[in-house]
Design a protein around this ligand. Structure first.
Ligand SMILES: O=C(CO)[C@H](O)[C@H](O)COP(=O)(O)O
Length: 218
């Protein structure tokens, strides 16, 4: 399967969000990545339902919603109602992860699990068959524009081995500090989906930058 590019609108210009989403519609982006932060699970607050609903009205690509919030199970149906196609919760925020994954699937959305940099992929072994996307955080969640953590390559390889061993077809998504330099190595290690925020939106030509990420050959 060709790899997917999911630009993160966390790095968009919120004063012209509709234009930035339209730019993504015209680009080679596959998904639109939407980062929700609550000021509790992570030390930052981004945006909530009304903003996501506004994005959804313009977006012509699936919305990949990454919940960096405590007690995500309280809001799954609402995120689906405002247009989330994939809903990712953090393993560290879910004491009843299996139940939360079933809850996401019951809405019709794809179920994702995100892992902080310190969380081993082996903790997913008993729920891997219930996951559509594993989001490996390659920065500590909460802020865009941070430095990529090199240990991520090893985690991708470990997760890839778990997927092969269990026959799972779940996608491996990498989120944080992704750029043109590390993207080929991430794909070679087994990544399927690259999230890129600041690298795309701070570039002179975001459409071309997305195209360049999309056409990387390994
Ligand atoms: O989840 C996130 C932060 O918690 C962002 O999606 C991630 O940091 C992407 O931004 P950048 O490409 O600028 O690092």
């Amino acid at each position: 399967m060709p790899h997917l590019i999911a630009p993160s609108v966390l790095a968009a210009n919120f004063g012209q969000l509709a234009q930035d989403v339209q730019m993504l519609n015209q680009s080679a982006a596959d998904w639109i990545h939407v980062d929700v932060m609550d000021g509790r699970f992570v030390p930052n607050i981004s945006f909530g339902f009304p903003v996501i609903e506004s994005i959804q009205k313009v977006a012509q690509k699936p919305m990949d919603v990454h919940l960096m919030i405590v007690e995500p199970e309280k809001y799954i149906e609402q995120f689906r109602a405002v247009g989330a196609d994939t809903i990712s919760v953090h393993l560290e925020a879910c004491p009843h992860l299996h139940r939360t994954l079933q809850q996401i699937k019951a809405t019709g959305a794809k179920a994702g699990v995100a892992l902080n940099p310190h969380t081993p992929v082996t903790l997913l072994a008993d729920v891997i068959q219930d996951i559509d996307v594993v989001c490996i955080m390659s920065v500590n969640p909460g802020f865009g524009g941070q430095k990529f953590i090199e240990h991520t390559y090893r985690k991708i390889e470990q997760l890839k081995a778990l997927l092969l061993e269990t026959g799972s077809d779940c996608l491996i998504e990498i989120d944080g500090g992704v750029n043109q330099q590390n993207a080929p190595k991430l794909l070679a290690a087994g990544a399927d989906v690259l999230v890129a925020g600041s690298f795309v939106f701070s570039s002179a030509n975001p459409v071309q930058t997305i195209q360049e990420l999309k056409t990387i050959k390994i």
